[in-house]
Design a binder for this molecule. Structure first.
Ligand SMILES: CC(C)(COP(=O)(O)OP(=O)(O)OC[C@H]1O[C@@H](n2cnc3c(N)ncnc32)[C@H](O)[C@@H]1OP(=O)(O)O)[C@@H](O)C(=O)NCCC(=O)NCCS
Length: 402
């Protein structure tokens, strides 16, 4: 237990604190929480693991994290703390309570030895100062299905069946696991998260229908329909595919939903969807967003966990303005594998920890950060080498929201 200069106490929560934590969540995220949802979060986090801030007896801030395993380029699973439900009461904002909570929580995460801490951000301006960088890129696209025609060169592999998601649970979870093991940023999905997806509670349908499912041996789609003034939209909640054929077959099935006007889905930058259509402009991007943010807690462990696309010899100076994960590191890559050690040698690259977090899963480019003066490299060929080496065969994508 610690007390801040402002008289705020920071301590670990107990079971008895949960009603107050839940109330704070409801107010901060403007969303009432059902008892089932509270039980779900408690199950994921552990009742006595949140860190809370108290002003007298009042809970005025909270943060918690879920133990996770996240895939990095090359397919290794790395332990991560998945930070969630970060709240400070509107009566107590901007007086350092989040910083005090984070200082305590990250000291615990560091002691636990996990190489990564991850989160999703309600606002983009908060977490860079704590060493987090956005590390996946996703776009929401909408297709007016009435005009969408498949390109004549695109095959018709078939193999898709319509299913009730809950009845296809073993197939869906098995495909997710295959997709997750190869996709940087994707987390192992615990059973209780699956339980909630298949339970499909009315409170989480956003005014849409219950979930529909399309299943292929190597992919699946979960979607729901929403009726509006201009017809019905099929909103894809999850599209997971591990082969080109299943990707094509599932899109063919979605585009075959005759009475649906519009299909909405979330895609990663290298999704081949536009190339499937005779008119690629029909895939209209309506928003582009970050999902997963990464703070590297242990630079050598994190950099050695992933694979690289070419040999590399570089000394990097990594600045951590929040904790002490930074320093100078020699990164030597041979045949895809890295050895990363602390060094005193002059750096060829200087960057902040949040920028390294953004490069880590291959979704962002060192050259673009250099152009923004957020990364310094000794010469242009070092930038090229970094960008090539840090690339990833598969686009990074978050597996499930938390
Ligand atoms: C975001 C939130 C937790 C911030 O709590 P807080 O106690 O006011 O934050 P602090 O006073 O400790 O601020 C810590 C730092 O973050 C900055 N910061 C806080 N909120 C910010 C925001 N919304 N945008 C940009 N910077 C922000 C502060 O300026 C401060 O910077 P500094 O320490 O470098 O000077 C609080 O506003 C909140 O509960 N918001 C609603 C729920 C939410 O969005 N939670 C985050 C979920 S990801």
């Amino acid at each position: 237990m610690t007390t801040t200069t402002g008289g705020i106490t920071i301590r670990t929560a107990t079971e008895q604190d949960w009603p107050k934590i839940v109330l704070l969540n409801e107010i901060c995220f403007a969303t009432p929480q059902t008892p089932e949802l509270t039980a779900f979060w408690k199950g994921l986090v552990g009742a006595d693991r949140p860190v809370i801030a108290l002003d007298g007896a009042a809970v005025v801030g909270a943060t918690m994290d879920i133990p996770m395993t996240v895939t990095v380029p090359g397919g290794a699973g790395v332990a991560a703390a998945g930070i969630t439900a970060v709240t400070v009461a509107p009566t107590h904002r901007r007086r350092g309570i989040l910083r005090a909570l984070y200082t305590e929580q990250h000291a615990r995460i560091r002691r636990s030895g996990v190489p990564l801490s991850i989160l999703t951000a309600s606002e983009g301006g908060i977490y860079g100062r704590f060493g987090y960088g956005p590390t996946t890129v996703e776009s929401t696209v909408g297709i007016d299905r009435r005009f969408a025609a498949l390109h004549p060169d695109v095959p018709d592999p078939g193999g898709v069946r319509v299913v009730r998601p809950v009845e296809a649970r073993p197939s869906i979870t098995e495909i997710y696991d295959r997709w997750q093991r190869r996709t940087p940023g994707a987390q192992v999905r615990p059973d209780n998260v699956w339980d909630r997806i298949f339970a499909d509670p009315e409170s989480e349908r956003g005014g849409g229908t219950s979930l529909f499912g399309l299943l292929h041996d190597d992919g699946y789609v979960l979607y729901r329909c929403v009726s509006g003034e201009h017809g019905t939209t099929a909103r894809v909640q999850e599209f997971r595919s591990v082969t080109d054929d299943s990707h094509i077959a599932l899109w063919r099935a979605l585009l075959g939903l005759d009475l649906i006007r519009r299909i909405e889905a979330s895609v990663v930058p290298d999704d081949p969807l536009p190339y499937l259509l005779t008119d690629s402009r029909l895939v209209r991007t309506t928003s582009r967003h970050d999902e997963l943010w990464v703070r590297i807690m242990d630079v050598p462990a994190a950099l050695e966990a992933r694979v690289y696309r070419c040999d590399l010899d570089v000394v990097m100076q990594v600045d951590d303005g929040f904790l002490d994960a930074g320093g100078r590191f020699a990164l030597r890559v041979r045949d895809g594998r890295a050895v990363c050690t602390r060094t005193e040698t002059d750096p060829q690259v200087v960057l902040a920890l949040d920028v390294l977090g953004s490069l880590y899963l291959g979704a962002h480019r060192a050259r673009a950060f250099a152009a923004a003066n957020r990364l310094w490299a000794v010469d242009s060929s070092t930038l090229d080498a970094l960008d090539l080496a840090f690339g990833s065969e598969y686009s990074a994508q978050m597996g499930w929201g938390f």
